[in-house]
Design a protein around this ligand. Structure first.
Ligand SMILES: [Zn+2]
Length: 540
């Protein structure tokens, strides 16, 4: 009896030993398998990049080229041993691994459509659809956004399968076909929309949580700034002596304008050239004087100002041609109604700053990602009305977590301050007044201590030995396509469990010479594999 017991204890100890050994090494086993698959993985990225795939024009279904790349991707997934689903209209497809009866599913959200190649002459390292390897980087449209990360997610799941890891949740790799959409045709993010619609109808399944390897870096996005918008429609009075004939600046609300043009009309030629002269003098005192052209032509004075374009959420990188022009107009006709408006607006938004100081909302700094940005993206004159649009982005009070020494303004506080500042300058502010202030909601936020954020950080640390603090971005990630998606009728949002993530080693997203480094791809796949294993509930 005693001998048997000793044997049993030994057997149990041996078993424990084996399982401890396995627990210590499943990560290493994944790494080993991914290294072994490296050539095949690079080949798959090249194959998909060589398949041009962007959308153009259809309001509903993806372009034929995009469909082909979805077909091929799912075929590869099937060969890897995954279950496969394709939406009948190619709106999305997915592959899945893990016990079929597992009640919960984890989603990785990638996309197979790209933006167009743009100007071919600027692709100096290789054609956008050649997928050449130059200095250890794969060059081509979609290498980094988002075919490379999509392929990495497949090889990560393949490694989990090949290593024989047992999961308690299913892992589903979603491949959207309309992330980069095609502008105004309504395709943007319609893949997620369609999936969510099917979930609501009970035809598809809400993920328990997920991540989107599409934001260009392994830093997890935990706040996507949201906005307050100020829209103005200011009716002009009859001119005293100088008329504002035209004004046009900026191309989009969410971009810093790099060009603004105005035309004034004086009483006669002599008055026009005197006005041009005085404006040139005013401009000469500005550090941006070389960005201004002013000329008299007959009774007219033409003002052409250039600035520096930037995304509204990174407005400090830009220089607003619109605000510079308003400042000049304030000098051109201080007694005119348009001149007074220009003076008030230029003093509220301020030339060449984008920090909201004069609005009383300056806060944070861009090194910590918690700064507030202010951008007057549009200004124009139409039917005697001077119109403008200002976009303000802020991280809200959730940013206190990252920058604890600052009490961050909430959207409502920002809205209140902006209203006060505009009223202080004599503007009528209200829903049907000349200036309307909207927005002020909560940004898309994934709690820092949520299972998804903790697991993604841990996976990164496990492979690289480094910690990455979650970041605040200016918004618009693929993950936030879920921002309005409830899981149940109590309004519980799934969206706050889908985090924007990415893989490192890329350059030139949406630009010429887009690339992804081969080493970045391999390391990224190892990190994705660990994240999927942990989130998938790997049995150790
Ligand atoms: Zn993308």
């Amino acid at each position: 009896m005693k001998a048997v017991r000793v044997l049993l204890v030994a057997a149990v100890m041996a078993l424990c030993g084996a399982s401890v050994l396995f627990a210590a090494s499943w990560e290493a086993e994944l790494d080993r398998r991914i290294a072994g698959d490296a050539d095949a993985m690079v080949g798959t990225v090249q194959e998909l990049v060589r398949m041009k795939s962007y959308n153009h024009g259809s309001p509903v279904t993806p372009a034929e080229d995009v469909k082909k790349v979805l077909d091929r991707t799912l075929e590869i997934g099937e060969q890897m041993g995954f279950r496969v689903y394709k939406h009948p209209e190619y709106r999305f497809g997915y592959v899945e691994f893990g016990p079929e009866d597992a009640p919960e599913m984890i989603m990785s959200l990638a996309h197979l459509d790209t933006v167009p190649e743009g100007n071919l002459d600027l692709w100096t390292l290789g054609g956008p659809f050649e997928a050449k390897i130059v200095d250890g980087k794969i060059i081509g449209r979609g290498t980094w956004d988002d075919k490379g990360p999509a392929v990495a997610s497949m090889y990560a799941l393949k490694a989990i399968n090949d290593a024989g890891l047992k999961l308690t949740r299913r892992v589903r790799l979603f491949f959207g076909t309309s992330e980069d959409g095609s502008g105004d045709d309504g395709l943007g993010w319609s893949c997620v929309e369609e999936y969510a619609k099917m979930c609501k109808e009970g035809a598809e399944e809400w993920p328990a949580m997920g991540f989107s390897p599409d934001s260009g870096s392994f830093a997890v996005t935990y706040i996507e700034k949201t906005g307050v918008n100020v829209e103005g429609k200011l009716p002009l009075e009859a001119p005293v002596s100088v008329a504002l004939v035209s004004l046009k600046g900026g191309s989009a609300r969410n971009a810093v304008s790099d060009q603004c043009n105005a035309v004034l009309e004086a009483a006669d030629e002599a008055a026009a050239s005197a006005l041009a002269e005085s404006l040139l003098e005013a401009a000469a005192g500005q550090p941006w004087k070389d960005d201004v052209k002013i000329r008299a032509e007959g009774k007219n004075v033409h003002i052409d100002v250039i600035g520096v374009a930037a995304h509204s959420g990174e407005a400090w990188k830009g220089r607003s041609a619109n605000v510079r022009t308003l400042w000049l107009l304030s000098k051109a006709g201080p007694e005119e109604s348009w001149g007074k408006y220009a003076e008030r607006l230029a003093s509220l938004i301020e030339v060449d700053t984008a920090d909201g100081e004069a609005l009383g909302i300056k806060q944070g700094n861009y090194e910590d990602d918690d700064n507030i940005t202010v951008n007057m993206g549009l200004v124009g004159l139409k039917d005697g009305i001077l119109g403008f649009h200002v976009n303000i982005r802020y991280p809200d009070s959730g940013a206190d977590l990252k920058v604890p020494d600052v009490k961050h303004y909430t959207g409502q506080q920002i809205k209140d301050r902006v209203v006060l500042a505009f009223e202080g300058k004599g503007f009528q502010v209200g829903d049907d007044k000349e200036v309307k202030v909207t927005g002020g909601g909560k940004p898309y936020t994934i709690p820092w201590d949520s299972e998804i954020v903790v697991a993604l950080r841990e996976a990164y640390r496990g492979v690289t030995g480094k910690d990455l603090e979650p970041i605040i971005t200016y918004g618009g990630t693929y993950a936030s396509a879920w921002s309005k998606e409830p899981v149940d009728d109590k309004g519980t949002l799934f969206g706050y469990r889908m985090a924007a993530w990415g893989i490192d080693g890329g350059t030139g997203m949406h630009e010429p010479n887009e690339s992804l480094s081969v080493n970045g791809l391999i390391e990224g796949t190892k990190i994705l594999a660990r994240a999927m294993a942990v989130l998938g509930g790997v049995e150790e």
